[in-house]
Design a protein around this ligand. Structure first.
Ligand SMILES: Cc1cc2nc3c(=O)[nH]c(=O)nc-3n(C[C@H](O)[C@H](O)[C@H](O)COP(=O)(O)OP(=O)(O)OC[C@H]3O[C@@H](n4cnc5c(N)ncnc54)[C@H](O)[C@@H]3O)c2cc1C
Length: 522
């Protein structure tokens, strides 16, 4: 995947694209892959980097959602469990089976959650990942030796999927290209164009060189997540906002706080939220919160009380109480919830997706979850193809292997997340053994991964490499700042850029990374 090549393709084509997708998060990438794989001429434009928005800030679960089961939203759980199974088959290099334990501290916890999780197993059907069962206190502590043992009665174990969200986004962008579509980052939609009253294209601004252009399409899909209303207002300045934003924060801690490979799931904290502590890339991810916010932002900031909330509740379930000093990184994401929940707590607004068509023919898809991105895309492209009058073509993504597809990767292999591309990264190291050097003692990444990200994953900035191609920023914000200079140096050589570019990148990245340190927050 190469940005110059995408620009050349865009510039050299002055006809109509069949489908143009705005937004390079889970939803937009899914739509573009669905469209391209049906044979439609497809362009996807993302204003920043792929998954810069909500799609790199999730809990990293491919799940039916035990919480939605509690809320009685059976159809959402059924759909998500089905999609979980498909994604495990289509991206086995990125999605793993993850065991969770619901710890029981009250006598009724065991029967209550035991029965609920049996229903969860049943709904998953043949795509189930393993049967849930009740565990004694000794069995529970054997699996999670660092779980708070005081008053513990046992636990209920169940299984869900876990993945790397930003890596999946990059692989989806590559898959779009593999299927004949064109994905491009740092290309912002600044306006819509019309033929009569119907939308027939978009105005684009290249945020790297400032260049502006117009492209035309038979149908435009608005998949801009928390920015959905901005595009709707470009089309109809008086449009009523449909999105509510709910912020979720995660803390990243050292693995010693959750030994073993089993995650903790607390279905209900004292204010009714779900709390997860999940092993991820040899760290522990703890979260999340559900705080209504009134503004969309690509870099939302965690609130002091959200950090305090997570630390307090994590301490109830961990033998060693984590403190602020133990936080390696803290990150926030905004959920794009379809806001029929005026006056409702955001935790109770539906996570179902919302598909709508404006009078101008603009197709808007929003809400949903990472887990259900493929189904959302299928529904959206079915609708978009009808509106555009495209020749009928069936959805092909149910069994489409996502770029990097490789089964039975060794989870201990540090290049595991690259799947079938790992072999090419090894070749870079073979031709220059210095490329095999680790960037930092506290991070799993080697120099060759920076080079690979620039050459084949459309990484253009230091942030792209350290936040999303590698996950350095969220695994250890301070370590990611330490490697900024060396990584910028490697990138500059690849991109043919000078020391001024390097200095600017390092300074911008350090400023950004400061916001992921625990003492950042407002
Ligand atoms: C805290 C948290 C935890 C979550 N955990 C999970 C989980 O564990 N599992 C799960 O399944 N789901 C989870 N979700 C939900 C999931 O992350 C989201 O549903 C999903 O990422 C939304 O993707 P999206 O593409 O709609 O939005 P985004 O990822 O925000 O993508 C929209 C994109 O549109 C781009 N854009 C906006 N305006 C323009 C423009 N004018 N021109 C070009 N591009 C534009 C933005 O830059 C952005 O990249 C979680 C969400 C949150 C907040």
């Amino acid at each position: 995947m190469n940005r110059k090549k995408s620009i050349e393709t865009i510039n050299s084509y002055d006809g109509y694209w069949d489908i143009l997708v705005i937004g390079g998060g889970a939803t937009g990438l899914g739509c573009a892959l669905d469209a391209a794989s049906r044979g439609y001429k497809t362009l996807l434009v993302e204003q920043h980097d792929f998954a810069k928005g909500t799609s790199s800030r999730s809990t990293k679960l491919v799940h039916g959602g035990v919480r939605y089961l509690q809320q009685g939203n059976i159809s959402l759980v059924l759909e998500a469990l089905h999609e979980r199974g498909l994604l495990m088959q289509n991206a086995p290099h990125l999605v793993q089976n993850q065991a969770f334990i619901v710890p029981n501290y009250e006598w009724w916890d065991g029967p209550f959650y035991g029965v609920g999780l049996k229903v969860y197993d049943l709904l998953a059907g043949r795509l189930g990942l393993g049967p849930s069962k009740w565990l004694s206190k000794a069995e529970t502590l054997k699996r999670i030796p660092t779980l708070e043992p005081d008053q513990l009665r046992g636990g209920v174990i169940y299984y869900d999927g876990q993945f790397d969200d930003a890596r999946l986004a990059v692989n989806l962008a590559q898959s779009i290209e593999d299927a004949g579509g064109v994905p491009i980052n740092y290309m912002q939609v600044t306006g819509l164009t019309y033929s009569g009253k119907m939308i027939d294209g978009v105005k684009l601004k290249d945020t790297i060189d400032g260049g502006e252009r117009e492209v035309h399409a038979r149908v435009v899909i608005n998949a801009t997540g928390i920015f959905t209303d901005d595009i709707l207002r470009m089309d109809q300045p008086t449009a009523t906002p449909i999105i509510s934003h709910s912020q979720g924060v995660h803390l990243v801690l050292d693995k010693r706080f959750l030994k073993g490979s089993t995650a903790i799931m607390v279905p209900q904290t004292e204010d009714g939220r779900v709390l997860f502590a999940v092993p991820w890339h040899d760290r522990v991810l703890v979260g999340t919160t559900d705080t209504p916010v009134d503004r969309a932002s690509l870099e939302p900031r965690p609130l002091e009380e959200e950090i305090a909330f997570i630390l307090k509740h994590a301490a109830q379930y961990m033998v060693e109480d984590p403190t602020r000093a133990d936080i390696l990184s803290v990150f926030a994401g905004l959920r794009p919830l379809v806001g029929e929940g005026e006056g409702k707590k955001t935790a109770t607004i539906s996570r179902d997706h919302h598909l709508a068509v404006s009078q101008s023919g603009l197709v808007t898809i929003t809400g949903g979850k990472w887990t259900t991105y493929r189904k959302m895309a299928e529904d959206t492209v079915n609708q978009a193809a009808l509106i555009a009058g495209l020749p009928e073509s069936e959805c092909r993504t149910r069994k489409l292997r996502i770029h990097g597809w490789l089964k039975n990767m060794d989870p201990e292999d540090p290049l595991c997340a690259y799947g079938s591309d790992a072999v090419f990264i090894r070749r870079i190291i073979e031709s220059d053994p210095g490329m095999g050097e680790k960037l930092h003692d506290h991070l799993p990444y080697v120099k060759a991964e920076v080079v690979w990200a620039v050459r084949h994953e459309m990484a253009l900035t230091l942030e792209d490499v350290l936040a999303r191609r590698t996950r350095s920023l969220i695994l250890d914000a301070s370590a990611s700042m330490d490697i900024a200079g060396a990584s910028a140096d490697l990138m500059a050589k690849e991109l043919g850029l000078g020391s001024q570019w390097q200095q600017q990148q390092v300074s911008e990245f350090k400023q950004l990374a400061g916001g992921y340190l625990p003492d950042c927050c407002g």
